[in-house]
Write a protein of this length. Structure first.
Length: 157
């Protein structure tokens, strides 16, 4: 069945994904650091940045392993086949988005900490564009089970 949305909206929906937003924000941070550096980054900030990137990658891998184990989709706008509550999902309802935020924060600390303002903006965009819709889908698919989970586990951390 063909998508009823007009062509520009269909194209945007296909292009728009959390990784696309992460890359966009990484490019903004890099451009700011490259062309308008405001704060020098020392070894301490660079080391902390690298640590955050590595933690983000580990969280991302743990989350993907849970998706694979439960044989459900990782794509934000797809219908979930299972509700994941174990592993890293006991700590956060959105470990992949948390990992993205950590990777962005780490990159910014390595490049120029002045761009840290982009992190809460990134998180707000992800929440509005993806998380709220995903949670609505989980409520529809799993009802009270999702509500109990959401009451026990925070959205970010």
């Amino acid at each position: 069945m063909q998508d009823p949305a007009p062509f520009p909206r269909r194209l945007l929906r296909q292009w728009e994904s959390p990784p696309t937003w992460l890359v966009l924000f990484l490019l903004l941070a890099w451009a700011q650091a490259r062309f308008a550096p405001l704060l020098p980054t020392g070894a301490a900030l660079g080391g902390l940045g690298l640590a955050l990137i590595l933690v983000g990658l580990v969280i991302f891998a743990l989350a993907l392993a849970q998706f694979r184990r439960h044989r459900t989709t990782v794509l934000p706008r797809e219908v979930p086949q299972a509700m994941i509550r174990g592993g890293i999902y006991r700590l956060t309802r959105n470990p992949i988005y948390l990992a993205d935020a950590l990777i962005l924060t780490g990159a910014i600390l390595r490049w120029d900490a002045a761009s840290l303002v982009l992190v809460p903006v990134f998180m707000a965009v992800i929440q509005r564009r993806f998380i709220l819709g995903e949670e609505a889908g989980l409520r529809t698919a799993f009802g009270a089970d999702f509500e109990r989970y959401a009451a026990q586990v925070r959205r970010w951390l």
